[in-house]
Design a protein around this ligand. Sequence first.
Ligand SMILES: [Zn+2]
Length: 684
Amino acid sequence: MQKKRKFNVRYIPLYVLYAAACTFFFVKLVNIQITGADRYVKTMSLTHEREVAVQSMRGEIYDRNGVPLAINEYKQSIQLDYASLPTDDKDRNETLASIISVLDKWEREAETVMPMTGVYPHIEYDNEELKSQLGKNRMYKFLIYHNIKSGLSCIDLYEELLNEFALLDVDGEHIYDPHTEDMIVRIRYSLDATDFAPGNPYPLCSDIDLKLATAILENGCKGVFLKKDCTRAYGVPGVGSNVIGRIGKIPEGKMEEYLEKGYAYDAVVGLDGAEAAFEDVLRGEDGITVYVEDDYGNVLDSYVKKEPVPGRNVYLTIDIKLQEAAEKALGEQIRRIVYEARASGIENSGEKANSGALTVFSAKTGQVLALASYPTYDLTTFADDYSKLVSDPAKPLFDRTVSGTYQPGSTFKLATAIAGLMSNTITQYTSINDTGKYTYYSDYQPSCWLKNGHGELELIDAIGASCNYYFYETGRRTGIDEMNKYCSQLGLGEYTGIELPESKGILASPGYKESIGQRWNPGDTLQAAIGQSYNSFTPLQLSSYIASAVNGGTRYKATLLLKTCNYSGADVQTNSPQVLGTVDIDETAQDCVKRGMKRSKELTSSTKGYKFPIGTKTGTAQTSKTNNNAVLVAFAPYDDPEITLSCVIENGAAGGNAARPVLDTISYYFNLDKNGNRLSSTED
Ligand SMILES: [Zn+2]
């Protein structure tokens, strides 16, 4: 028989004690967790502390010469604070009435979202506002919150709210004058319709002046605090917008990432351009102010728990005047191409040109001096222009200088020349007889662009004449792998290292073709050697590649950062040039590139009249049966190359069309007239 477990009388006092202890803790728990922590805290102390984040001052952005590009402009706003605004209806109305009277005195009005026009009883819905999804959502949220049925007339809703908000006295008389009552209703509607909560203050009045700020503070208004909002002012409006970039609220999908880094919900961050690239430098560290308040939300004291640390100022490598000159020259040339094409009546001669890029790169340091992308936009009017900008088919928000990839066309032949020379498959004196059609392979026989061929040519003249045949032969002799060894060293199809989001481009190779499921043929090598096949690079890559070719073979990391310093201008940290790699190029090969580009400049009608000693190479890249992009690369001055440039004009018809803006930009940089003659200096 199973033995029953016996109840032991001796344990009764223990059970009782245990039950009592459980009950005690349970009640305690209910007290704290269910009936509200607030009340619990209040019985423990008479004051409580509230921490408010103080956003640090954002660093400012200057160009290489110290010209302000994006500087701070602080605006104060009056915010309603959930924690200190009374919750009792009558107290809340009184508080709002006192704030409204201060605003009235300074002829400012609270900003509200109630979709209503007029003053009671002459009121009606603002139908325009209620048409918007946001307006509808807010109304919906509000009615649910107050358990009010939808479909009421404006006047019925208002009268319902007079009761709901306790705005009538016991006799049903209005407590406040019509204006004050109207504003209280509007503000209280706005609070309940916009998720007013701890950590989500309501912006009551933005961009206020010091006098109003002082008046609000002196009036001892409860439930409000002043907030400094940082906005940007732009030193040279409309220029370099793609480089400078925008600031704004944290983008929706990125909130978690920023919160992890210690940002506040309402923080302002860099969204693109240098503002985003140098966010960590510009940001600084937020501070904390603590407000000591009584149970009624009155601030008794405040102290700084942590001082905010201002962000560092950033000096870009960009010369904003040069950037302006480049943007202007590029835009003018694109309009000129279209105008002349239309005037000529010749189809596909450039009438579809609508966009392009121009880059200026320091051949000696990797510093980026100008990044002109066309069309562009103006940061100062961005918000107003936004819908137009995003729907523009020419994509003004797309930075073509670092994100756009383009076929290099014949500008690639310089890389083929270097590969041929360095692998000893040609010398500068190698003579090749261009007969027009290249017949080495029986199954693939491409032609030179000059139908009947250039005849016997040596390397320099072949570069100058941009002979396809010469480079088909050079490419075949060198082979794609050997050729690409040098192309990669030159940075083609490699990141330039610039701090902006850049495309890597594509260096045509058997590996790449395999990755898209196709096999490389000998004919592909011929096409690749003249800059076709899959070759596709960013304009900045082209500038960087020419720099490595003419500076002795150093591939510098492209950079936009000149230096940073703290708010007072001290503690300067200079960004020294960084080398990404070296090119296996000897003096002869470098000399051939330079002489070839000089020859090309002299043989091209759009560049030959330019007097200043420079080298250029055009490219015409076929993008469809009827459209070509115009491409041009350049270096200057000839003897000791200081800068390299690239220009791409989409649907620009022919490479020579990209010359004018490059020459104009060189003229600006070296202080020359438009024909490349030195301007007589006004200084002694
Ligand atoms: Zn030829």
